[in-house]
Design a protein around this ligand. Structure first.
Ligand code: SF4
Length: 331
């Protein structure tokens, strides 16, 4: 996400996939873009390795195409500043494969790993292009499909026709990339894109779907594990004594407790009972367990020591479910 001198925002394909992972992340990125927040200092120790493996994987695919006799233009090998112009020139030239294509219409920008030529006529001539992205993961996530849609949408503006397919190239799958029909994802893509624009720019975007608030909270989500804002959000949750720090507490439990006016670990621990009526979802027993857990953690905090309580041993539960020891066990 980039704030331009005229105060407009340019979005990237990553902004869109981030938005479906965590709306709070989009708000933090907006505040970083307008200078309210410093860029996060979190350094992912695996990022360099993953980037290196990703480049090697992409290179293998490009080499595979070269070995097939394809005419490949790698834009990284061509001098000059303007990637968009270089992309357009290569497309007009009719290269079979264009590596690291750049798109930017002012509002959206994206870098597609490869453009693959196909025989559908377009403004370019009796050919056009489809987008391919190399990914290390064996399972394609919704965010990847959205990124491909951003590139395909920008590509449509340049060549004048919609590409039919989008491709994901997985390790070992160079000869058979996974195919997706753009038209199957187009409506979903426009829906999410509209919501992102409304969330970031207010009502300047198309008013589609549910409401988006700028008042987001860093509720823990799966993406936290790889998010560069993690330290920032963790600090906020610690400062707030957030319920998610009760071991075993899930998002649904937090929502249930918030609706009952309980917002902190301390407040939950100090309640005389977990809930005063049945929960909307799940079992009352789960909340009783969480309540006991919150009590242990709170007591440990007050006494500044590690507190533990042994649970009653139950047949067929916990360690009892381990298989009987056998020769050759290593522990
Ligand atoms: S750390 Fe988690 S809650 Fe915070 S912005 Fe990232 S994904 Fe969202």
């Amino acid at each position: 996400m980039r704030l331009n001198p005229d105060q407009t925002i340019t979005f990237s394909a990553t902004d869109l996939s981030n938005f479906i992972s965590c709306q709070h992340l989009s708000q933090l990125d907006k505040r970083r873009a307008n200078g309210e927040l410093k860029p996060p200092s979190f350094v992912d120790p695996y990022a360099d390795t993953v980037r290196e493996l990703g480049l090697e994987h992409e290179e293998r695919f490009v080499q595979y195409l070269r070995d097939q006799g394809k005419n490949v233009i790698d834009l990284r090998d061509i001098g000059g500043e303007n990637g968009l112009d270089k992309t357009l020139a290569a497309m007009k030239q009719g290269a079979d494969v264009i590596v690291q294509a750049v798109f930017d219409n002012g509002k959206w920008r994206g870098y597609a790993d490869v453009l693959l030529k196909c025989d559908k006529p377009s403004d370019l001539g009796d050919w056009s292009y489809e987008v391919g992205d190399s990914k290390l993961a064996q399972y394609t996530k919704a965010g990847t499909e959205l990124q491909l849609c951003v590139y395909s949408d920008l590509l449509t503006e340049v060549q004048g026709v919609k590409p039919k397919k989008m491709y994901v190239i997985k390790p070992g799958g160079e000869a058979q990339p996974e195919e997706f029909l753009y038209q199957n994802y187009d409506a979903y893509y426009r829906f999410i894109k509209g919501r992102l624009i409304v969330a970031i720019e207010g009502n300047h975007g198309p008013t589609v779907g549910g409401s988006n608030s700028t008042q987001t909270y860093p509720n823990p989500v799966a993406h936290c594990n790889v998010c560069r804002w993690w330290m920032h959000c963790d600090q906020r949750r610690r400062d707030d004594d957030h319920l998610s720090y009760v071991a075993g507490m899930q998002g649904g439990h937090v929502t249930e407790l918030n609706e009952r006016g309980v917002h902190t670990l301390e407040a939950f621990a100090k309640r005389s009972q977990a809930l005063d009526s049945r929960p909307a979802k799940g079992s009352a027993e789960t909340y009783e367990k969480l309540h006991r857990q919150a009590g242990i953690q709170y007591e440990g905090r007050v006494k500044n020591e590690h507190i533990s309580r042994l649970l009653d041993s139950e047949i067929n539960e916990g360690l009892h479910r381990l298989p009987a020891p056998s020769e050759g066990d290593i522990y």
